[in-house]
Structures are given as structure tokens and as C-alpha cells.
Design a protein around this ligand. Structure first.
Ligand code: LMR
Length: 333
């Protein structure tokens, strides 16, 4: 058979195939979603919901692979991996973008928001939405904010009520200069460390304490290697789902639309569950009876707030006063 007639035959065959067979033959676009927490946490649950929704909306066109618990990339690697195209979605805590923008540091200012509704109002408002594109020039595109909740402070000491109780103690922190300054303001020694290393560092006494949400403390078993957890609610663990902007822009329009819709729905789902998951984790920590949960009076809280206050001035210039004001405004309903 001549080369021409072979080609003609092949193309006729292709036309004869039912459309669905051709669609099935095309490989789906693989979307790798890497994160560092356990599946039974607000972020873990939202990521699984995104997979379910994206694959249902784009059957055969997209396969979402979710890698929890730093299985694929941990802190320190996931942002580089995203830029290199080794992963397509990640959702780091807002404390982990220091190297890419100073603007997101607003979320780390201690005692900035009055409650989680205020955080939601700020994120949904014009200032919060503009921050989704704060790292555009670095090829990072923010797709959504995902909630976790407020941080509590834990240590391996019995006494944990007032700011002076943490003087001289070593604390694991996320890779955030604001959090570093926060612990220095308390007279403590902060140490930046990947999330996956925290349990062992607490267990072996490399650090004395850490700050995190109830769901992270429970799912990582931090409460088993800490003596006290003070209910400080002094800061946030909130996330930005980010993608590689070039990858996103080059997606076929129908795929990008389907993924954006799945992201919006998964965001509503996960954000609606975050508070409940944290409350349940707190109850389980209480029931486990290992770390003592220390309630604070309004006066104790005011003392923590005062001790951490110097941090605001230090970072105001990099963040921008306009953003801080917009965040404060969100505290008024
Ligand atoms: C941490 O590193 O403590 C948290 O940001 C982990 C996470 O993603 O919730």
C-alpha cells in the first residue's frame, strides 16, 4: 500500500470511530495537588472535594492527584516545584510566601482580625481579592483562600498563661519573618522549620513549643508531646491555593472554566467545614487528656496582645498601611 493510501485509510478510520472513543483515547490532563497536612483537616478535605468535583465536571479530560502530608513536596520545595511545573496546585499557609511578596504578611500580624468572619470579609473584599494577584510577576496565581483557623500556643512546660512564661523558650515557626519577630517580641527563640519536621522536633526537645490550629495539633499529635496549650487565638493559619500562572493560562478554555468552578465549589465546602473540624479536634485533644488546655482571661489576652504589638510597626512599611486599614475595617460588620 502506498504511503498516501495508508494515510487516507488511517484518517477514514479515525473519522469512523465514535466521538467518545476518540475522547477516551486522549490522555487526561493530570493535575497534581500537593499539600503538607493530613487528609482529615480543613485543607485536606477541601483538596479531596476539589478532586471529586473537577473529575465530575471534566470526565475523562482531567485527573486530579492529591498528595497530602508532604508526600510529594514539603515546605520549602512546593513553591519551587510549582514554578518548575512538577506540581500544578498547592495551598501553602499565607505565612509561607515571604520570598514572593511582603503584602501577604498582613495575615500574620498578631491579633489583627476580631474573628474568622472578619477574615472572610477581608478575603472576599476588594483588598483581599487584589492580593490573589500579588505574585503575578513571579508567575504565581492565587485561585482561592482556604480557611483553617486561629492558632493556639503550645509548650512542653506546665506553666503557660502569660507572655513572660515563654521567655527564653524555643519555638518552631513557619517560614515567616513576621512570626519570627512575634516570638522575638516575646523574648523567645523562634526557629523556622518545615511542618513535617515539627512532631519530632517537639518530641526530642529540639524546640519547646509551637503555634498552630486545633486541627493541625490534633492530626499531627503535637498534643501528645506538649504539656500545655494556651487558647491564645493570636494569629491565623489560612491558605492561598496557588497555581503556575503560565500553566493555567495555557489550559484549554473549557478545562480552565471547569477547574475554576470546581475550585469555587470546593472552597465553599472546605471553608464551611473548617470551624467545625477545629472544634472537633479541640474536643478530641481535651478527651485525650495529654496536654492541658489553658483558658485565658481577657486580661491575660490583653497582655499577649500588648507583648506582640511591636510587630505591627516593624512590618507596616512592607505590607502597606492601606492593606492593614482594609483588614481592620473588615472587623466592623
Ligand atoms: C504549618 O506549617 O504549621 C502549617 O502552615 C501547615 C499547614 O499547611 O496547615
Amino acid at each position: 500500500m502506498s504511503r498516501l493510501s495508508m494515510l487516507l485509510r488511517a484518517s477514514t478510520l479515525a473519522f469512523a470511530l465514535p466521538v467518545c472513543a476518540i475522547a477516551q483515547a486522549a490522555d487526561p490532563i493530570v493535575v497534581k495537588f500537593s499539600h503538607v497536612v493530613a487528609e482529615k483537616t480543613p485543607k485536606g478535605q477541601a483538596a479531596l472535594k476539589f478532586k471529586e468535583l473537577a473529575e465530575a465536571k471534566l470526565p475523562g479530560k482531567v485527573r486530579v492527584e492529591v498528595y497530602p502530608s508532604s508526600q510529594l513536596f514539603g515546605d520549602g520545595k512546593e513553591l519551587e516545584a510549582l514554578l518548575l511545573g512538577d506540581v500544578q496546585l498547592i495551598a501553602p499557609s499565607l505565612s509561607k510566601f515571604d520570598r514572593y511578596t511582603k503584602k501577604l504578611q498582613v495575615f500574620d500580624l498578631p491579633f489583627l482580625f476580631s474573628d474568622l468572619d472578619a477574615v472572610e470579609r477581608f478575603q472576599a473584599g476588594p483588598a483581599g481579592q487584589s492580593l490573589l494577584d500579588a505574585m503575578k510577576s513571579k508567575n504565581l496565581k492565587g485561585l482561592a483562600y482556604w480557611h483553617n483557623g486561629t492558632k493556639q500556643l503550645s509548650t512542653d512546660k506546665d506553666q503557660l498563661k502569660r507572655p513572660e512564661d515563654v521567655k527564653g523558650l524555643k519555638f518552631r515557626i513557619q517560614s515567616s519573618d513576621v512570626l519570627e519577630a512575634q516570638f522575638r517580641a516575646l523574648g523567645a527563640n523562634p526557629q523556622k522549620m518545615a511542618f513535617s519536621e515539627v512532631y519530632q522536633a517537639l518530641q526530642t526537645g529540639v524546640v519547646d513549643g509551637q503555634e498552630n490550629t486545633w486541627s493541625n495539633i490534633y492530626s499531627q499529635k503535637f498534643h501528645e508531646v506538649q504539656k500545655s496549650i494556651a487558647v491564645t487565638d493570636h494569629g491565623l493559619v489560612e491558605y492561598l491555593v496557588v497555581t503556575n500562572a503560565k500553566w493555567w493560562d495555557r489550559l484549554p478554555a473549557d478545562i480552565r472554566k471547569g477547574l475554576a468552578e470546581a475550585m469555587a465549589e470546593a472552597t465553599r465546602y472546605g471553608n464551611g467545614k473548617a470551624a467545625e473540624l477545629n472544634a472537633a479536634a479541640r474536643t478530641k485533644i481535651e478527651a485525650a487528656g495529654k496536654a492541658r488546655i489553658v483558658a485565658l482571661t481577657a486580661e491575660d489576652k490583653a497582655a499577649w496582645q500588648k507583648a506582640m504589638a511591636p510587630v505591627w510597626k516593624k512590618f507596616e512599611g512592607g505590607i502597606g498601611r492601606d492593606l492593614i486599614d482594609a483588614a481592620l475595617k473588615a472587623n466592623n460588620k
